[in-house]
Design a protein around this ligand. Structure first.
Ligand code: GAL
Length: 663
């Protein structure tokens, strides 16, 4: 069987490649203990820092774990490159190699038929082989590439759209054959990336940003800070404010309480030394009119982990304002786990020594026009184990949160497993959320309800039904490409579950300085990967909760998080999240319709090398000449009539808005 090719090969490249039918001779070579003449096993190169599967010690085991063994389709391979999904390995060939050979597939250690991967091979920046989707249990496919004259070989594995966990991909027997007497190949240094140019978040002229719609229950406290940027001091006016609300002209903060169910379009104006801007904000009064667009804000976990404190939360609120991100719509300042103290004799939850006065903290955050969030578990303990969860104290806890002044609750399953051990019982999975939802309804405050229940069942199918305003789709994110891309690109098909009032939560952002309570570090995502992260989350209408130390935020991260045109996609009032319109595991196009009739489109390149990505009008349901605007650069790109082709950097994105806005 010849190895399947996708698309035509450029003529110059055809010289490099031979598509050999898997010969018995090659098979014997790939499953041998010793390399062929002039052959170098890739596992004989220095793989110390390579992204490969490594032996894992079992629980409580003290002796070193045995080395990995490899088998594909029942055949053992003494040598293999067990590359992790969503990673790649580049090898310097020094122009002296002749051939690369491997059998690729999911290792036989995956017996369940669930793992899916795609293998790809690049030579000098061009893709020369693609396995297309492979599942566990399938026989391996043979890759044979002529390397004559080639300098750089890059091997990559894609998770095929379902996340990288346990994918067990093997390049079995991966071998490079060199010319006689040639210099040995070596692991190549990563190619330096060009930092993408993005528009500044700050502009001198005033601008009304997003969100443009907000809601509250009549009779309950209302708080909304007009998201307006521009050189200050700004002064604010509003026309047509609904009864019960007032506006502070110096801060742009609206307070009060709505009198009745209503939908009011308010015209707001921000005036400053560099001009003035006017825009419309829709204020909805109604039962559960919360999270009409995805929450924007900050959460303590990815930066402070268990070391979160009153002081750090105040600093985050201050920095949201000072950095200009509050002016771009970031509103929630959310305390995650590790604020809890012991319960009193009558069961009231207290705070630990890091939080001397929750009410004062909430007042401090509210005074800046921001909202504040808290965290608990429906189980007896939170995920940090040593803190009390809300089990059997749900009403007491909810009342404490309301008394303190909280606006948002993240409710994290964790130890509720002790109460409901059956992961296949949907009623049991929903139960603790229904309990809390019914209590939240009775409070005198609006509280956004964030469900954190992943890995068991499909929370997105019932998150709305149990009163959630957002629900976690995944396990914890970390600041690596395999993690972030694994989560983001696995959301295909789930867009239909989210919309105004209930959002798919793909976890907190991993840009800026992160650390989970340990030493802080700059996110390990490259700049292009960070653009992919924010573009994908914006297209998918995911909550944008920053997980960084905002007091040390740098100019690039402010521009990344504070791009008004990107945020306008995330916060689009139509609330229709993007789905994937085309993709092959390396190149993906995601698109969402926007309220003004235009379409937001992301052209993503998950492959290890820069490449052209095409968005076809036929896939986007567009026809005719359409204007295209680059959102990161905030620049018009001209008009296209049947497709858009863009060269996209490794792991990067071109994020555009296509079409003429309806008047
Ligand atoms: C995890 C959750 C994280 C964080 C952590 C706190 O279960 O996914 O986002 O909240 O618990 O202990």
């Amino acid at each position: 069987m010849t190895f399947p090719m996708r698309g035509a090969l450029p003529a110059a490249l055809a010289l490099f490649i031979t598509w050999a039918a898997p010969s018995d001779q090659d098979r014997a070579l790939l499953t041998a203990n010793d390399p062929p003449p002039n052959g170098v096993w890739i596992d004989a190169l220095d793989l110390t820092n390579a992204p490969i599967r490594r032996p894992r010690a079992g629980r409580g085991q003290t002796t070193p774990p045995p080395p990995l063994t490899f088998a594909l389709g029942g055949t053992p391979y003494p040598h293999a490159l067990p590359l992790l999904a969503n990673t790649d390995l580049a090898i310097d060939l020094h122009g002296q190699a002749t051939r690369f050979l491997a059998d690729v597939g999911v290792d036989d250690e995956r017996k369940d038929g669930q793992a899916t991967v795609i293998f790809g091979v690049w030579v000098d920046g061009k893709k020369v082989a693609d396995s297309s989707l492979m599942r566990s249990g399938e026989p391996p496919k043979r890759i044979a590439v002529d390397l004559t004259g080639a300098r750089r070989l890059t091997l990559a594995v894609s998770d095929a759209g379902d996340g990288p966990r346990d994918d067990s991909a093997d390049f079995g027997g991966a071998v490079i054959v060199m010319a006689p007497g040639a210099q040995r190949p070596s692991i190549a240094a990563p190619v330096a990336e060009t930092k993408p140019a993005i528009a500044p978040s700050r502009t001198a002229r005033p601008r009304i940003n997003s969100p443009r719609v907000t809601g509250a229950t009549p009779g309950r406290p209302f708080l909304f800070r007009i998201p307006a940027s521009g050189d200050g001091p700004l002064t604010f006016t509003a026309k047509g404010l609904p009864a019960g609300l007032m506006l502070d002209p110096r801060t742009g903060i609206m307070t009060g309480s709505l009198k009745q169910a209503s939908r009011t379009v308010v015209e707001v104006t921000a005036k400053g030394p560099a001009g003035s801007a006017t825009g419309e904000i829709t204020i909805v009064g109604g039962d559960d009119a919360l999270a009409l667009t995805p929450p924007l804000g900050w959460n303590s976990w990815n930066v402070w982990g268990g070391t979160v404190s009153d002081e750090k939360v105040r600093a985050a609120a201050d920095a949201l304002v000072k950095s200009g991100l509050a002016a771009q719509g970031y509103t929630y300042v959310n305390i995650d786990d590790a604020w809890e103290g012991p319960r009193t004799a009558d069961g009231e939850i207290t705070t630990n020594e890091k939080f001397p006065n929750m009410k004062a903290l909430a007042d401090y955050v509210h005074a800046q026009g921001l909202k504040i969030g808290i965290y608990s578990s429906p189980g007896p303990r939170t995920c940090q184990q040593r803190y009390a969860g809300s089990y059997q104290h749900e009403a007491q806890d909810a009342h404490s949160y309301a008394t303190w002044g909280f606006d948002y609750l993240k409710y994290d399953w964790c130890s509720y497993t002790e109460i409901e051990p059956d992961r296949n019982n949907p009623a049991g999975l929903k139960k603790p959320y229904l309990v809390m939802r019914d209590i939240l309804k009775t409070l005198d405050r609006d509280i956004v309800f964030s469900l954190c229940q992943y890995g068991w069942g499909n929370v997105w199918e019932w998150g709305n039904e149990v009163g959630g305003h957002l629900w976690r789709m995944t396990g914890d994110i970390t600041d690596t490409w395999p993690s972030m891309a694994g989560i983001g690109f696995a959301q295909t098909g789930r867009e239909k579950f989210a919309g105004p009032g209930g959002w798919n939560d793909t976890d907190m952002l991993v840009v800026g300085k992160v650390g989970w309570g340990r030493e802080l570090r700059d996110s390990r995502l490259t700049a292009n990967e960070q653009l992919t992260h924010i573009s994908l989350w914006s297209l998918q209408a995911a909550p944008l909760l920053i997980g960084a130390d905002l007091s040390q935020i740098d100019a690039f991260t402010v521009d990344l998080l504070g791009n008004s045109e990107v945020l306008a996609v995330n916060q689009d009032p139509l609330g229709r999240p993007a789905g994937r319109v085309s993709g092959d595991g390396w190149f993906e196009v995601w698109a969402r319709p926007l309220a003004d009739g235009t379409t937001a489109v992301g052209l993503f390149n998950r492959s290890p090398e820069a490449a052209p990505v095409v968005a076809r009008w036929s896939d986007l349901k567009l026809t005719g000449a359409q204007p295209v605007r680059d959102l990161w650069q905030q620049k018009d790109l001209g008009t296209s009539s049947d497709q858009l082709t863009a060269t996209v950097p490794r792991h990067g994105v071109v994020f555009v808005r296509i079409g003429r806005p309806r008047q």
